[in-house]
Design a protein around this ligand. Structure first.
Ligand code: ATP
Length: 306
């Protein structure tokens, strides 16, 4: 019998995040281009009498907001998978090692849910089909299906309908987290207040074809004008401290700065690792916490199995 499975799941960013007016079910229609980047959470599962969770983190990641009980999305994922197979007697201890900032707009909880689905599937030899895994993932959260597949993908619906796209770029991201997280629902509420009235009822967000063309040809430098995030105005309006940080980054690297999802993490894009390393050196001198991450990277991957 398998004793432990470890799955690594990447952070996501949104190269483009188009948001439409709130739907009747409370969700917003999205047209987004996700990219998985090289910051990871590792999830290890081992058989247990009942569902349990323990979380540790890399330096600079605050775990205070991460639930240590059944509210943790990783536990919800594990339970959803065994329920799907009508195997309620199965349970696991879930150990999360977080390298993705919490409430950072980088889909950390979604990554944990996706990793737990894959890990529990392998631990108990459940042989879940890809289609079923994606469907269970979509029920858990809009970003969870993308965490399963990784790479670069278009997300539509509320973000849960994912379709891989050709991306031959080799992006290097300098990731600048913020110690105070931002609640995604709060940012959407503020978005509704600020801009939704101005949106025509029938408006549906759409992905710029030029972005898809740039990804296919692989020219990182031509990407920057197409990077866009409709949630940015709401996030910056809620958090003036982030505007200061953005202006500081933009003074260094005009046009290359992007807010990750609903924030507060900010990103700067570089065409090669040397340029990103020089940029990281500048941030070190300014005393700003940062990480370097390549993109695109693979989705959930089994990295240890015993
Ligand atoms: P979103 O995917 O909504 O953009 P995010 O990336 O900004 O979210 P997450 O790190 O996923 O933020 O956390 C959002 C909230 O989810 C946290 O504040 C926390 O209360 C809750 N949560 C539940 N499970 C987890 C988990 N495994 N890791 C992190 N947060 C979790």
């Amino acid at each position: 019998m398998t004793q432990a499975v470890t799955v690594r799941a990447p952070a996501k960013i949104n190269l483009y995040l188009g948001v439409g007016p709130v739907r009747e079910d409370g969700f917003h229609p999205l047209a987004t281009v996700y990219q998985a980047i090289g910051l990871y959470d590792d999830v290890t599962v081992t058989p247990a009498e009942q569902w349990e969770i323990h979380t540790v983190a890399d330096a600079g990641i605050d775990l205070a907001a991460v639930p240590d009980d059944e509210d943790n999305i990783a536990i919800r994922a594990g339970k959803a998978l065994v329920a799907h197979h009508h195997r309620p007697e199965l349970a696991a201890h879930v150990e999360i090692h977080k390298g993705i900032p919490v409430a950072g707009g980088m889909g950390g909880g979604s990554a944990d849910a996706a990793a737990t689905l894959v890990a529990v599937d392998r631990l108990f030899d459940l042989n879940t089909s890809d289609d079923d895994l994606l469907a269970i993932a979509a029920e858990l959260g809009s970003d969870v299906p993308f965490a399963l597949i990784g790479g670069t993908a278009i997300g539509t619906g509320r973000g849960e309908i994912v379709e891989p796209v050709v991306d031959t770029t080799q992006c290097w991201w300098v990731v600048v987290p913020h110690e105070i997280g931002l609640s995604t629902p709060l940012v959407y509420k503020h978005f509704d207040m600020m801009v939704a009235e101005e949106l025509l009822e029938a408006f549906q967000p759409a992905i710029p074809q030029s972005l898809l063309g740039d990804l296919a040809t692989g020219d990182v430098l031509t990407l920057t004008p197409d990077l866009e995030n409709d949630l940015a105005a709401a996030a910056y309006d809620l958090r003036p401290d982030l505007v200061e940080l953005r202006e500081r980054l933009e003074r260094l690297w005009p046009d290359a700065v992007l807010l990750s999802g609903s924030g507060p993490t900010q990103l700067a894009l570089f065409a090669d690792r040397d340029a990103a390393r020089i940029a990281a050196g500048t941030l070190s001198q300014e005393g700003l916490t940062h990480w370097l991450a390549p993109g695109p990277v693979a989705g959930c991957t089994v990295i240890d199995y015993s």
